[in-house]
Design a protein around this ligand. Structure first.
Ligand code: PMP
Length: 365
């Protein structure tokens, strides 16, 4: 068996020890005589799995007591709709658009507001500059009475990231799509009203989305909200109104345990800073590759880069694949390449990529 260095944006590489443990427990979880996929979600075995997963996530992110953690389905895309259904409450919400994902979230909320009542305002966009930077707090005309302010703190396609220090300043609850950088850095959860993240990058298998929501925001859903999409109903039922994505929750739990063993988010953040610096420094000094995102807005997780000529892309990808470096093709809306270097990507993977890129540039420069 040869495992490659997999730079996929998602579903993305998972930590190898997690996959090994899942494989080992596939047929018989802790003497239950069956695997996690085959057990009742209401049995004591699975209840212990979901409770431990939540406890570990709470510990990793230091989630305050007045926040609920929901394990839901439908991906982050479903949250684009679920969010306004639950939080708009006939009022107005502010949306920041800094890339494809926050734009999709805005469009979906805008579309729904017409049906459920309420307003959705676009308060700032970087589309004119090709989504190459975050929005600065001083360029936003925010509504202090907004039901919430939505942003995507890591734009997976454009490679634009903001941390807690780059958040908009508003009295309204902040809602963040953290799908592609959750658990990669310190996050002060208390600064957000709601955080959501699809699992398939830094958490586990696709099909699971995690919502971390402040309790006072529950119970505001539009009457048109389907029961299964009502955050309060889900919170009241421990994410088990219906059958939750049990296997994905189990793997997420293994990832949380792995993260704790790595030293938690402080250690992960240091490693992620080091990995990203390695690649950005090489790109900037290469005189061959280019990353066009403003330096202060560059993502540590998703690093898009262009070759001097798009005609070289195929040769780059073919050579990379032979070197055991896969899924580097950039999103079609940006072109070029994209290296996604989530928590599970070891620094050796980034070093191997840099060495390959150096060789390719020498050959084609
Ligand atoms: N938001 C972000 C930031 C994403 O990266 C993605 C998926 N790449 C989504 C939302 C949509 O996620 P899903 O496909 O799970 O609906």
């Amino acid at each position: 068996m040869t495992r490659v260095f997999n730079f996929s944006a998602g579903p993305a590489a998972l930590p190898e020890p997690v996959l090994r443990q899942a494989a080992e427990e596939m047929l018989d979880w802790h003497g239950a005589g069956c695997g996690v996929m085959e057990m009742s979600h209401r049995g004591k075995e699975f209840m212990s799995i979901i409770e431990q997963a939540e406890a570990d996530l709470r510990e990793l992110m230091a989630i305050p007591q007045n926040y609920r953690v929901l394990f839901l389905q439908g991906g982050a895309t479903q949250q684009f709709a679920q969010l306004p259904m639950n939080l708009l409450g006939g009022r107005s919400a502010d949306y920041l658009v800094t890339g494809t994902w926050s734009q999709k979230a805005y469009k979906e909320a805008h579309h729904l507001a017409g049906a459920i009542g309420g307003k959705v305002r676009l308060v700032g966009s970087t589309e004119a500059c090709g989504f190459t930077r975050a929005l600065r707090a001083d360029e936003l005309a925010l509504d202090a009475d907004a039901a919430y302010v939505h942003l995507c703190t890591n734009e997976t396609i454009h490679g634009v990231e903001v941390g807690d220090d780059g958040l908009p300043r508003s009295a309204a609850p902040l809602v963040a799509d953290m799908s592609s950088h959750i658990l990669s850095r310190h996050t002060d959860v208390s600064r957000y009203g709601l955080i959501y993240a699809g699992a398939q990058k830094n958490i586990g298998p696709s099909g699971l989305v995690i919502v971390i929501v402040r309790e006072d925001l529950l119970g505001r859903a539009s009457p048109l909200t389907p029961t299964v999409m009502d955050y309060k109903v889900m919170a009241d039922n421990g994410s088990m109104l219906n059958t939750p994505p049990t296997y994905a929750i189990y793997v997420a739990g293994l990832v949380f345990r792995w993260l704790k063993a790595q030293g938690g988010l402080a250690a992960m953040e240091q490693r992620n800073i080091e990995k990203a610096a390695l690649l950005y420094d090489f790109i900037d000094d290469s005189g061959f590759y280019r990353n066009t995102v403003e330096i202060g807005s560059r993502s540590r997780m998703n690093i898009p880069f262009l070759l001097p000529d798009e005609a070289l892309n195929d040769a780059f990808l073919t050579g990379a694949k032979s070197a055991g470096l896969t899924q580097l093709k950039g999103h079609k809306s940006v072109g070029g390449m994209r290296a996604s270097i989530y928590n599970a990507m070891p620094v050796e993977g980034v070093r191997a990529l840099v060495e390959y890129m150096r060789g390719f540039a020498a050959q084609h420069g």
